[in-house]
Design a protein around this ligand. Sequence first.
Ligand code: FE2
Ligand code: FE2
Length: 274
Amino acid sequence: MNAAVPETTPQLIAPETWLIPNLAPAGDGVFLPVNSMVIRGKEPVIVDTGAPVHRELWLEKAFSVVEPEDVRWIFLSHDDPDHTGGLLDALQMCPNATLVTNFFSVERLGLEMGPLPLDRMRWVEAGERFDAGDRTLQLFRPPIFDGPTTRGLFDPTTATMWIVDTFASLTPGAVHHVQDIPRELIDEGLAAFGSLVSPWHEWLDPTAYRRHVDSVEAMGVLAAASAHGPIMTGDALHAAFDVVRDLAGKPIIPAPGQPLLDELVAQILAPASV
Ligand SMILES: [Fe+2]
Ligand SMILES: [Fe+2]
């Protein structure tokens, strides 16, 4: 698990819309993306703030595409640590930014970070929107999520969607577009991570759930960026929605168990026993 992590750089998703990528080792030659996003419009928006393990890298990359004092909004999709790693830094470095979050995220983050500045935030829920100058950003409930506070973000001016923990998939390295990643890795990853992240899918009524997934896809998305997967566009984007739809009512895909742990421990101990 100590594989060297390839260097990554911000990737343009759409006009003035950047993916801020980082990678975490996830086994032989594969990595888990840990992304966030920056929309550099009239009122620049930081979309999630990376993981604590990438704090320095996240700060460097995020503020290579936007000046801290220009940032007007910090949108927090939910309070999971891998989305809040640079939050306190961003609040401190971006004095003109308002934090877009919600009641329950603030309650939960209070236990981890202490009180956040209530006078610098706005609480916005799924189904609501906020105005960022030259665009009105729409919040929605992503089809797959692992935290109750989760809201995705849709920018109708570029048809780009931040779909948070939906569409997770491993990558072979510093490649960020779905078309540059082996199809098998994507297909396997979307189903396996979807099931890991939202194991409640096995109890879902497929008709009701598909109605929700359809409503997200029908927002008019042309590119979906996410925290843990490649940028999805074209046919691959619609195929990814299909994978998610198909999870409804299906048995969970089991996570690796004790045999994998045994294998990993054996690898660690192997050199010492020679
Ligand atoms: Fe999460
Ligand atoms: Fe996440």
